[in-house]
Structures are given as C-alpha cells and as structure tokens.
Design a protein around this ligand. Sequence first.
Ligand SMILES: [Zn+2]
Length: 288
Amino acid sequence: MQESCERTLAPGATRGTRPIPILLYHSVHDEPPDDLLRWSVAPDTFARHLDLLGELGCTAWTMSDLVGSLAAGREPPERLCLVTFDDGYADFAEHALPRLQERAIPSTIYLTTGALGGVPDPVVPRMPIAPMLSLDDVPEVEARGVEIGAHSHSHWQLDAIPARLAREEILRSKQVLEERLGHAVQSFAYPHGYSSATVRDLVVRAGFSSAAAVRNAFSSVADNPFAIARLTVERGTTLATVRDWIAGRGAAVAASGELVRTQLWRWCRRAVTLREHPGRAMTQYVGG
Ligand SMILES: [Zn+2]
C-alpha cells in the first residue's frame, strides 16, 4: 500500500509543474468568534475571491472531479482552481454557499463529524469552537453543488496519535457521513494538514481516493493524491495574493512526497506532545 500512497496523480514531466491552486477556507463571517478570527474571511471578501475566478477564466472543480479526471489520464483545464473548506462551521451554509451557488462554483467541504450537530457521539473537537453545521444539513449541502469529504471525527493531529486511534478517527468520519448520505465518501482532509506515511496508508486502506493536506503550495498533476497541496486563505491574506494564487503565481508547486521540513516539524510536535501530555497529541490549532 505504501506505493499507492506515494504515487503521483498522473505521469508527465512536462505538464506536471503547471500550478493548480486549491484554496482552503475555514469560515466566512463578518464577526466570527475570536478563536476563529484568523481563519475566517468576510463574506464580501469571499465573494470578491469568487469573482476573481471568473475574471481570470478559471474552471472550478470539486476534489473528486480533479482526482477522477487525472486517474483517467485526462488533461485538466488550462486554468483550474478548487475551492475547499475544512471543519464544517455553520457559516458555510449561511455565507459561503449562497455566494458559491450564485456563481455556479462547485466546492468541497471536509467535515469534522464529531463536531457536527445531531451526531450520535459528539466530541469537543481540537479546533476553534463555533457554531457547526448539523449532520442533517449535509445532504442538502451536497445537493447544492458541494462535495462532502471527511476530516476525521475529533480533529486530532493524526500523525501524533497512536495508529489505532488514527484509524478509528478516519473510519468513523467516513462511516458517519456515508450513513447519512447513502453513498461512498471519496475525499479526506487531514486535520491541521498533518499526515505521515502511516496515516496516509490508513486513509488509502479506508477506501478514500484522495486526501488533502495544507503545505501552502500549488498542487499539480504530479502532486501526491494522498497529500494534496492547498493554499490557506486567512483573514490577513490580501486580495492581491489571492489574485496571484488564482492566476498560478506567488507560491511554489508542491513536490510529490513529503517535504523534509514537514518531517522535522512532526518530530518537534511529537516531542512536545510527549513532554506536555504523555500519551496524547497536543491540541494547538494551526489551521487545516
Ligand atoms: Zn480542520
């Protein structure tokens, strides 16, 4: 299974470096809770970002659109951009989805299932606390052009907890969503963006066809489908930066495989975890 984790989306040395911007949002709100402020953009700002997609001639796809196309060996559009959301805050339905629908822009949202309203086994997730979508909202969100992906059940940093628990987190989130939607959920996103070879293997074995990381770089057809690079849009991200990203400028194109600095950072987090919370992963939220 290791080989499948480390393969690239598609062969092709020449086309592999064309940047594919995959924007990562968390919240769209004028007045989010303080803990979420950094990760929330104002509704008018979000609308401006979406307008830029049209102005710059970008095609928007869901994550499964991208992975399915590349798996079939099809060349993606010249200008492609993906809009993704993590966590499942309630403001997605209130502020983001209407603006996406007005412009007929498909998107992908990765849900932390244990934090959703109406789940049978709720948890206090390791992420900013704010009103969340309800599990009962999920079918309608999907029907309105949004791919539903899983984002674990409790939002632990999966690479910093025992593999047995990581497996439970991955499988539980898939199961909860599939029971509610009545079909397979194909896409996963790592909480906080963190993964490891073991965690990626667990996601493959769970039956997902892709997994999004963060990495703050462009994706490409040469990206690792189980560590897909995304660009985090924060409240402080300027319009000029977002414009550059949508145009395929201003960031690196992620290499396939794991960045060395990511490995070093995981080692550091594990050391802190063991020192401060023996047997537990640290809970600091770093986005994703
Ligand atoms: Zn998250």
